[in-house]
Write a new protein. Sequence first.
Length: 436
Amino acid sequence: MPDEIPDTSSGPEAAESPLIGSLRAAVAAAPRDVPLRLHLAELLLDAGHGDAAVVEAAFALSHAPGNAQARALMARAMGEPAPAAPVEQPAAPVQQGGRFDWAAAEQEVGDVVPPRFIARPDAKEAPLAADGSGDAGDASAYDVDAPDAPGSVRLADVGGMQEVKDRLEAAFLTPMRNPELSRLYGKSLRGGLLLYGPPGCGKTFIARAIAGELGANFISVSISDVLDMWVGNSERNMHEVFETARRQAPCVVFLDELDALGAKRSRTQHNGMRNTVNQLLTELDGVGHVNDGVFVLAATNVPWDVDIALRRPGRLDRTLLVLPPDGPARDAILRYHLRDRPIESVDVGRLVKATDGFSGADLAHVCESAAESALLDSARTGTVRMINTKDLLGAAKAIRPSTEPWFAAARNVAMFANEGGTYDELLAYLKKARKL
């Protein structure tokens, strides 16, 4: 029973003080009377019966956890210093009629609570965003990576893929690196390039390498950076991305997953998304703005789902197929992912041949799976062993290349929807790789 009186009447304490006995009887009759129980505890403590006092104080605290007297008695019985008394809070200011006096309350807490708003009488009030957040026009919200920032890369850091590098040099980088020649031939210092191919093959890495080659700042944009639930905010966000790039020129704007940012408007049911695509088209044209020094790169796994207007001349008119890494690239990628792992006698050449068609992400998975196999084997045997060729070849055999589903879908597009020769490069690769 929760109200049962603790039995403290046994032992050597039972014959002491008639007053204590009377208080015990009173407590038994009114077990929830906290002041009476605390009085008994105090008498027990004064009489030297500390254990019995602890029992009574604990019972009182179970019914009144915040009782300061009970806490002080408990601390005294346990031989600890009494807890500090709580600071009494001033009563809330009340005006006549029971209404709360906000002005008086603000004065009382003014030294403790900082003001919620900063008064700036000399500054022009900034416009609020559509959602009331007050960050309208805040272009600094987009991260701009400087060309000399840690982790910046160049094309030399891209392993293998020499054919891709040569095409980039001829079609994109050489005109951009020679502004005098561009002006001589009347070519504007602006450009758009669409990278497409299977997922995990390094399109984002190549885009960063291009920015490094141009010595340009880099802004990466995905749909989460642009799309907003409030009407008009998505278009505003798209505009602010390009405004930031114009201020930071030379700058590369990288539109990741272009099929989401620039999906075909004929297939888009949501009116807000169609307006976002329209805004992207306007920014690419530079209507009302100068886009010189702003280079637009985009990447997608499904270029056939991108709005056709984005790929007309003057916008993202140049395309580059980024295929699974070739032999030298696979060699470099495998060595990179094995560089910090314990390996012995690994035949990278055999592994390169066994991973034909693997994407860069697949190769990283092969190294991870081989490391996992060696780790589990070491745990079972109790002897640490190195990762060897057998582990890596076994992992490569167990992993199916993630590029196969993409080529299955791309094959139909290249064969039956190659209007204007858009996918001639893809068709040539499929024939060469005997995937048709």
